[in-house]
Design a protein around this ligand. Structure first.
Ligand SMILES: Cc1cc2nc3c(=O)[nH]c(=O)nc-3n(C[C@H](O)[C@H](O)[C@H](O)COP(=O)(O)OP(=O)(O)OC[C@H]3O[C@@H](n4cnc5c(N)ncnc54)[C@H](O)[C@@H]3O)c2cc1C
Length: 412
C-alpha cells in the first residue's frame, strides 16, 4: 500500500536494524502483513550477525560477506524499507511518529523498539585512552582486529563470553594475553562454578594469564594505553586493552517517551510495552518470565529472533505467550559451549562425560526438575536437555550420568 504523509496506513516502524528488528520485520511479512514496514538503523550496514565479531570474524575465519543476515535483494523483495545511517532521536507517542537526527518525521501504526545495547565502558581513569577498545558492532570489531595486528600484549577486562572469546582469538594470533576478572571465576554471571573453573583452566592451559578476584583500578599511559593497574598496584603491561564489561541497554528513547524501564524496556509476554502500540524486543527488552518467576533481560540471538516473532504475531492479532527457555552458545578454541536454561536455584547437579576428553555436559536440577544444561562439545546432550526443560521433565539424574544410556531415551 502507498503511504501518504497525511493518511495511513503508516505500518510498522522498527527502530534498530539488528537481529531482533529484522526478525520482527521478516515475521510480519511471513504472516501476510500488508502495510509498510520501515526498519531504521543508525549503523552504516544492513543487519548482520554479531556473534562472529568475537569469534570467526575476529580470527579471520569468516569474511564480511558471510556476516549479513539477509542479502540486499531480500529487503526489496519483501518490501521492507531499510534506512541505514539513520538515528532516531525522538519518539512522539502523542503524534505516533518518530523523529530522526536529520529531522525526518516517520509516522507509525505500530512501533517496535529493537535498539539493543551499547558496550559498557567502566568509569576508571584512562578508560578513554587510545588503545582501549570495546566490542559490540562491526566498526568496533574491525578496529579491534586492526589493533590486534599491531599489538603484542593484550589485556582484557572481564572474563565473560566476549572477553574469553577474544582472548582465545588473540592467543591464536600468538599474542600475550592477560584476562582480568573481578569475580572469583570466569563467566560468573551465567555459568556454574564448575564450568567457569574448567574454562579458566583451559584458558590458562593455552597460555592466558587469567587473574580472578582482581578489580581493575586504572588504565595507565600518557596518550595511549600502556598497561592496566590492578588492585594492589601492579601494572599489567598492555598495548591493547579490551573492556569486555557488559552491555547497557539502549533505553533512552523509551525513557524519554515515558515508557516503563527497569534494566531494559519493560514488556509483557507479547513483547508489548505499557503503550499498546509500542513493542520492545531483543537485548533491550525486559520480559516477565512465568517460568522463572521474575523478569529477565536476555542477551542472545535466540531471544532476539523469537521475541521479534512474538511481537509480529501480536501485531497480527494473535494471542502470544512468550516465556522462553533461554539458550546461548560460545566458541572458545576448539570448544563449543552451549547453555540452555538458567542454573539459578539448582539443588542437584550431575555430570555426563569426561571433561578430560573435552566433551561433557552438566545437568542442573531443582526439586527434581531439570532446569539447565551446560554442554561442552556435546550437542546431543544439549538438544535433549533443551526439549526436556521446555517440557518440565524430571529425568532420572543417575541415568543421565550414565553415558551408556542414549540421550534419545530421555525424549521418549
Ligand atoms: C561480540 C558479540 C558476540 C556475541 N556472541 C553471541 C553468541 O555467541 N550467542 C548468542 O546467542 N548471542 C551472542 N551475542 C549477543 C547477540 O548478538 C545479541 O543478543 C543480538 O544481536 C541482539 O539483537 P538486537 O537486535 O536486540 O540488538 P542489536 O543487534 O544490538 O541491534 C540493535 C541495533 O539498534 C541500533 N540502534 C540503537 N539505537 C538506535 C536509534 N536511536 N536509532 C537507530 N538505530 C538505533 C543499534 O546501533 C543496533 O544496530 C553476541 C554479541 C556480541 C556483541
Amino acid at each position: 500500500m502507498t503511504q501518504s504523509p497525511l493518511s495511513g496506513p503508516f505500518g510498522t516502524v522498527i527502530i534498530g536494524a539488528g537481529q531482533a528488528g529484522l526478525s520482527a520485520a521478516t515475521e510480519l511479512r511471513k504472516r501476510g502483513y500488508q502495510d509498510p514496514i520501515t526498519l531504521i538503523g543508525d549503523e552504516a550496514s544492513l543487519p548482520y550477525q554479531r556473534p562472529p565479531l568475537s569469534k570467526a570474524y575476529l580470527s579471520g575465519d569468516l569474511t564480511l560477506d558471510r556476516l549479513w543476515l539477509k542479502p540486499e535483494a531480500f529487503y526489496e523483495k519483501s518490501q521492507i524499507e531499510v534506512l541505514t545511517n539513520t538515528r532516531v532521536t525522538t519518539l512522539d507517542r502523542a503524534r505516533q511518529l518518530v523523529i530522526t537526527k536529520d529531522g525526518r518525521e516517520i509516522a507509525y501504526d505500530y512501533l517496535i523498539l529493537a535498539t539493543g545495547g551499547t558496550a559498557r565502558r567502566i568509569p576508571i581513569p584512562g578508560a578513554d585512552l587510545m588503545g582501549v577498545h570495546v566490542l559490540r558492532d562491526l566498526i568496533e570489531a574491525d578496529g579491534l582486529s586492526a589493533a590486534l595486528d599491531q599489538a603484542r600484549h593484550v589485556a582484557i577486562i572481564g572474563a565473560g563470553y566476549i572477553g574469553l572469546e577474544v582472548a582465545a582469538s588473540a592467543r591464536k594470533r600468538g599474542l600475550d594475553v592477560t584476562v582480568i576478572e573481578a569475580a572469583e571465576r570466569p563467566m560468573a554471571r551465567t555459568a556454574s562454578a564448575l564450568l567457569g573453573g574448567w574454562f579458566g583452566a583451559i584458558h590458562r592451559g593455552y597460555g592466558v594469564d587469567l587473574r580472578v578476584n582482581t578489580p581493575v583500578e586504572a588504565i595507565v599511559g600518557d596518550d595511549k594505553a600502556e598497561g592496566v593497574r590492578i588492585a594492589g598496584g601492579e601494572v599489567i603491561t598492555a598495548d591493547l586493552v579490551l573492556m569486555a564489561t557488559g552491555l547497557t541497554p539502549n533505553t533512552q528513547l523509551a525513557e524519554s517517551a515515558g515508557l516503563s524501564c527497569n534494566d531494559g524496556i519493560e514488556v509483557d509476554d507479547s513483547a508489548r510495552t505499557d503503550d499498546p502500540l509500542i513493542y520492545a524486543i531483543g537485548d533491550v527488552a525486559n520480559l516477565p518470565s512465568a517460568r522463572y518467576g521474575r523478569s529477565l533481560r536476555l542477551e542472545s540471538v535466540h531471544n532476539a529472533i523469537e521475541q521479534g516473532k512474538a511481537a509480529a504475531a501480536s501485531i497480527m492479532g494473535e494471542a502470544v505467550n512468550y516465556d522462553p527457555v533461554p539458550w546461548f552458545w560460545s566458541d572458545q578454541y576448539e570448544l563449543k559451549l552451549q547453555i540452555t536454561g538458567l542454573i539459578e536455584g539448582a539443588d542437584q547437579r550431575v555430570r555426563r562425560g569426561d571433561p578430560e576428553e573435552g566433551r561433557f555436559a552438566l545437568f542442573h536440577f531443582k526439586d527434581g526438575r531439570l532446569i539447565a544444561c551446560e554442554a561442552v562439545n556435546a550437542p546431543q546432550e544439549y538438544i535433549a536437555a533443551q526439549r526436556m526443560i521446555a517440557q518440565d521433565k524430571r529425568p532420572d539424574p543417575e541415568a543421565l550420568r550414565d553415558v551408556t544410556v542414549a540421550m534419545k531415551t530421555f525424549l521418549a
